[in-house]
Design a protein around this ligand. Structure first.
Ligand SMILES: NC(=O)c1ccc[n+]([C@@H]2O[C@H](COP(=O)([O-])OP(=O)(O)OC[C@H]3O[C@@H](n4cnc5c(N)ncnc54)[C@H](O)[C@@H]3O)[C@@H](O)[C@H]2O)c1
Length: 357
């Protein structure tokens, strides 16, 4: 079959494209090449044996460009929509660009699919940020980490929406359009509200992709800043497990169409910041310098998704614990250290000095 992957030069889009290529499918990748690591990821996809991969340099903010691509490929069976602006910090600095990439860009891809490939399956990468700050939930500290007082299994899809930050708003608006295109136009759409996804070929930076960023910083000797007390907890999901979920949703599209699923590692795959640092220290055999800074506005003490609905309806559950995933991420980071280093901003010696203090 033919698959269109937007954001194919990015982290998750690149893994999705690779999976479909490995299954023998034809993949059309779209990306505007605006993120660090894009060229390395594309090189990986274009390497030997990838003659079924076609890359198109395009920007989803421009409706006519996207429409033209879909017009050229009306036989596309699956659309995996990953392209977008991904950092909350960037969305605060530039809300218009964030809106145009995430909300308008998604509408453009949806419209192209509706008009040119109305039978296609459309999978959208949404985010747990649509649930907002969840300030009403009780949180307590236990064994040096935060936990929910009354909802140990985490946040389910029935939690009311409460968009926070321009990023939360633009992704939230986008996912509601995606869902509604099933109700109104019958497009076979699925929304996945993803928690923190980690894995190889993720060029994490301080403001996005914290597991990858801590790993890169630890191995490359970059200073790590802990905002808050470091006891804050997130559920993490290995990228391969997420792509398994995409495949489950496609296989069970009779059930999944028009539905929304959380896609997280859940309570059993959750990590606090200091727990991740300890795992990294054990793996690399030395202590990792860090500095501590004040909590950032809106930082949650805990977010853990309950993905029981995806298990119940689609038969999916994550299989890769952090103990299994982290060594693979470390190995990839070590093997690609020079390339990753070249994409990082120059080291600020004052920063380093503070971190080492
Ligand atoms: N990584 C996570 O933990 C996570 C969690 C929740 C949701 N998501 C969502 O998953 C998707 C993929 O995230 P990722 O981690 O792979 O990020 P990424 O930055 O690695 O990939 C996104 C890709 O989209 C491209 N892009 C950005 N704006 C574009 C535009 N206007 N037109 C065309 N291409 C554009 C970028 O160049 C990049 O290659 C995003 O939509 C993100 O919001 C990611």
């Amino acid at each position: 079959m033919k698959v269109i992957v937007t954001g194919a030069a990015g982290f998750i889009g690149g893994h999705a494209a690779e999976r479909f290529l490995n299954r023998g499918h034809v993949v059309i990748g779209i990306d505007n090449l605006s993120r660090p690591g894009n060229f390395a990821n594309l090189q990986h996809l274009s390497s030997a044996g990838r003659e079924r991969f076609l890359f198109l340099h395009a920007d989803i903010r421009y409706a006519s460009d996207i429409e033209r691509i879909f017009a050229d490929h009306p036989d596309v069976a699956v659309v995996i929509h990953e392209a977008g602006q991904v950092a909350v910090t960037t969305s605060v600095a530039n809300p218009r660009m964030d809106f145009e990439s995430n909300a308008l860009g998604t509408l453009n891809v949806l419209e192209a699919a509706r008009q040119k490939a109305p039978k296609s399956i459309f999978v959208f990468a949404s985010t747990n940020k649509v649930y907002g700050g969840l300030e009403h939930l009780g949180v307590r500290e236990s064994f040096g980490r935060y936990e929910y007082a009354d909802t140990p299994e985490g946040i389910s899809e029935s939690e009311p929406l409460d968009f926070h930050s321009p990023y939360g708003c633009s992704k939230g608006a986008a996912e509601q359009y995606v869902r509604d295109y099933h109700r109104i136009y019958g497009l076979k759409t699925v929304v996945l509200r993803q928690s923190c996804i980690y894995g190889t070929r993720q060029y994490g930076m301080e403001d996005q992709g914290w597991v990858a960023w801590f790993t890169i910083a630890a191995l490359l000797g970059r200073p790590i800043t802990l905002y808050g007390d470091g006891k804050q907890v997130r559920d993490v999901l290995w990228v391969g497990d997420l792509i398994d979920l995409y495949e489950c949703a496609i296989e069970r599209i009779d059930v999944a169409a028009g539905r929304i699923y959380n896609a997280g590692g859940g309570a059993s795959n959750s990590l606090s910041l200091v727990e991740l640092l300890s795992m990294l220290e054990r793996a690399i055999g030395r202590s990792i310098p860090r500095r501590v800074s004040a909590w950032r506005p809106g930082d949650q003490r805990i977010f853990v998704a309950n993905s029981a609905k995806a298990k119940r309806e689609l038969g999916w559950e994550p299989g890769t614990t952090p103990a299994l995933g982290l060594p693979k991420l470390i190995e990839w980071t070590r093997a690609n250290a020079a390339g990753i280093e070249s994409l990082l901003p120059p080291v600020d010696v004052n920063d380093l000095a503070t971190a080492l203090r």
